[in-house]
Design a protein around this ligand. Sequence first.
Ligand SMILES: [Zn+2]
Length: 250
Amino acid sequence: MSKQILEQLTSMSRFLGQPEHHLAILGEGNTSARIDDAHFYIKASGTTLQTIQNTDFLCVRMEPVLSLLDNPSATDEDVIQTLQSAKTDVHDKRMPSVETILHAVLYQYPQYMFIGHTHPIFVNSILCSQKAEEYIQGRTCPDHIVVLGRKSVFVPYVDPGLTLARVVRDKVKEFIASEGFLPKAIFMENHGLIAMGPSPSKVQAITCMAEKCAKIVVGSAVCGGPKFLSDAAVRRIDTRPDEHYRQKLL
Ligand SMILES: [Zn+2]
């Protein structure tokens, strides 16, 4: 079972790392997969998504990683030590990705089985702009809503690693309380995208659609600026039975 998960994770990661998708270069981005409620695979720090192998993932335990979140005095050194000791193979010298804590936070929601974090060019064109939140939350067309949902989580820039994981934990909790559904994507200002889903194909679809719609928004700037769908139109698409059917097929 876990071998199959690892193979799915490797092929999803390679897809996200393909140069023509413009989602990540060099050691950028990280990916993971839930094994069970207590363990997940995460990309080893510094490995490249495009050429990643099954052996480039580390199996880590959730519990020690999550314990960092509620330790207000945790230092950078504590984070490194904890990430190293959370590996099921403690003799492995490699370091889990710096965003391992963030992935552990998201795996507290059992619906998430795979996670892909990337730095897409057009998504980041928006996230590194003056209109980051407004332009990334705007919905451009029905497919945008079908694949990404009517709204996503937006996270203002904070220090990557432990601080970011704490903010993501709070923002996702607030999002679910106010919107009543699990987010499919998290957009981090001056940083990038996280796509979460029950399967690799969902994570890939969310990532590609986010990048395509970001490209449309950036392109619309030369045609007078984006015209987003109204709240009423967004809600209508989100609740139409035929769109739910399309969502399932995707
Ligand atoms: Zn990143």
